[in-house]
Design a protein around this ligand. Structure first.
Ligand code: NDP
Ligand code: HEM
Length: 498
């Protein structure tokens, strides 16, 4: 329809009346031929897509990464090609556990999903506002997530399930300590740091490999809330982080982060005293200092939240030449999991949607399928290899071989692994006020949890630092005295290993 003011059907036909259904007489039943009524109701029934199984509640904005420092000796990735280079990006923040309608101001990890529209396709860095994670073996990820979601019988969140799982999984202690610290409840996304968390690889022009970790440090400063302040916010506003981000960008107060990397030469990984591919560990800055890279700025709100944020689909499998994976088991599983989730949640051609579509072009032989909006090749070159000048592979993009050895087996990742030093280091660097908040947040979060589970978890705090365990014990006493908590959340038989 050439006149933009004329309302039309989705078939482009002019609509004469969008106020009154067609009926047999003014009071009569409706006519089957009022197709636009049927179409309107049918379309409404299809307005929702499944929400993300995790990170369902989120907010996003577009922006740019500007390179301020030369790191080309570590990577040939074009995004880092020269100082001053800018690349468009999308950043979707999220909470993890809550559903799409959950309140923003909840104690939770914040998702930090970045999509860089680079000259060589999309690079997705799907991280969190924490440098570590709760588990180090992906076999435990669905179990962990079940503890964060609703109990199948009560349909309520279960503190018992969370602390049961965490106390039986000591590798979670580092992330639990961050979650329960002041940083577990940011006042908004602008005031969080972002971390790629995993170890990735950089490959330079000489085909040398380095291991790398990505960091984004907020220029807005870390700002956090206490539980009580969070409750006040939620009582008035469930979209506090969305509002904070949206309004800052609308008023031109563009949030910025300093991008930094830690670099480990490939060979160091064999001898470094920490397994650099263990997602429950950081690389201490004293060993691998932060190196400046650039500035990330968010400066454009989405025009349509559903199209650009709800349908955005990020995947650690999207990497570009010069940036690669690492043997981190969690990363390896995520390379599969995300694209699989998108095919289910958004559809086969999710990467053809404008928000997900690479700006550098796509030359693929994938064909047909539901909602194919134009990637299939219509020329004679619709298979490969072909004699009709179709696109071809290019070995210039080969990565250097990665030396791997060992017998295929299920190795016990809890054996001989130090789960306590780094959480202890984190506890020790906190101010007295941060320690007090940490212990009191833990005590509050343990309300209603059976004593044998609390005792098992207290033993982990003790091992990280005796003062940590003592602090939580004191806070538990205080909470129990204040609230007179004596009932358990749900009656549980003590298991044999309690
Ligand atoms: P450093 O003193 O060099 O660094 C301490 C880091 O801790 C800083 O990055 C700081 O972030 C961060 N931090 C401070 N308070 C908290 C908190 N409540 N929750 C999460 N992070 C916090 O020490 P190390 O590099 O030796 O690391 C010591 C401990 O710091 C680690 O065990 C780890 O728990 C934590 N940490 C380390 C990181 C790393 O990459 N090495 C990254 C983040 C945390 P900021 O500068 O923004 O204030
Ligand atoms: C979302 C799986 C670990 C960060 C998701 C989704 C899945 C998933 C299936 C939903 C995707 C969608 O429907 O769009 C997994 C698995 C993990 C894992 C299997 C471990 C084996 C992690 C880790 C991080 C992380 C370690 C951060 C370092 C995120 C973020 C999102 C997300 C930020 C939201 C992305 C968005 O904004 O759309 N994860 N995850 N996940 N995950 Fe993970």
């Amino acid at each position: 329809m050439s006149d933009p003011k004329q309302m039309t059907t989705t078939g482009g036909n002019p609509i004469a009346d969008n106020q009154n259904s067609m009926s047999a007489g003014p009071r009569g039943p409706l006519l089957m031929q009022d197709y636009q009524l049927i179409e309107k109701l049918a379309h409404q029934n299809r307005e929702r897509i499944p929400e993300r199984t995790v990170h369902a509640k989120g907010s996003g904005a577009f922006g740019t990464l500007t390179i301020t420092h030369d790191i080309t000796k570590y990577t040939k990735a074009k995004i880092f090609g020269e100082v001053g280079k800018t690349t468009e990006c999308l950043l979707r923040f999220s909470t993890v556990a809550g559903e799409r309608g959950a309140a923003d101001a909840e104690r939770d990890v914040r998702g930090w999903a970045l999509k860089f529209y680079t000259d060589e396709g999309n690079w997705d860095l799907v991280g969190n506002n924490t440098p570590v994670f709760f588990v180090r073996d992906p076999l435990k990820f669905p179990d962990f997530i079940h503890t964060q979601k609703r109990h199948p019988r009560t349909n309520m969140r279960s503190a018992t399930a969370m602390w049961d799982f965490w106390s039986l999984s000591p590798e979670s202690l580092h992330q639990v300590t961050i979650l329960m610290s002041d940083r577990g409840l940011p006042i908004g996304y602008r005031h969080t740091n972002g971390y790629g968390s995993h170890t990735f690889s950089f490959i330079n022009a000489d085909n040398e490999r380095f291991w790398v970790k990505f960091h984004f440090k907020t220029q807005q400063g870390i700002k956090t809330m206490t539980n009580a302040e969070g409750e006040q916010v939620i009582a008035k506003d469930r979209e506090s982080s969305q509002k904070d981000l949206y309004e800052a960008i609308e008023r031109g107060d563009f949030p910025k982060w300093d991008m930094k990397v830690q670099i480990m030469p490939e060979k160091d990984a064999e001898t470094y005293h920490i397994n650099p591919f263990d997602l429950t560990k950081v690389w201490p800055h004293a060993d691998y200092p932060l190196i400046d890279v650039g500035v990330l700025e968010l400066n454009r709100n989405p025009e349509n939240y559903f199209q650009e944020i709800e349908q955005s689909a990020f995947s650690p499998s999207n990497i570009v030449p010069g940036i690669g994976f690492s043997p981190d088991k969690m990363l390896q599983a995520r390379i599969f999991s995300y694209a699989d989730a998108h095919r289910y949640r958004v559809g086969t051609w999710y990467e053809a949607l404008p928000v997900n579509r690479p700006k550098s072009g796509v030359n693929t032989y994938h064909a047909d399928g539901p909602m194919n909006a134009g990637y299939s090749r219509s020329s004679d070159a619709y298979y490969e290899p072909n004699s009709f000048s179709g696109p071809q592979q290019d070995h210039r993009f080969d990565e250097p071989p990665l030396a791997i050895s060992g017998d295929a087996d299920r190795y016990n990742h809890r054996e001989g692994n130090d789960d306590y030093t780094q959480p202890g280091n984190l506890f020790r660097l906190m101010s007295n006020e941060q320690k007090r908040q940490l212990c009191s947040n833990i005590a509050e979060a343990m309300g209603g949890v059976p004593q044998f589970i609390i005792d098992r978890q207290l033993a982990h705090f003790d091992k990280a630092d005796p003062a940590y365990g003592e602090g939580v014990r004191a806070a538990l006493k205080l909470t129990q005295n204040t609230n007179n908590i004596s009932v358990q959340e749900e009656p549980l038989p003590a298991p044999a290993n309690a």
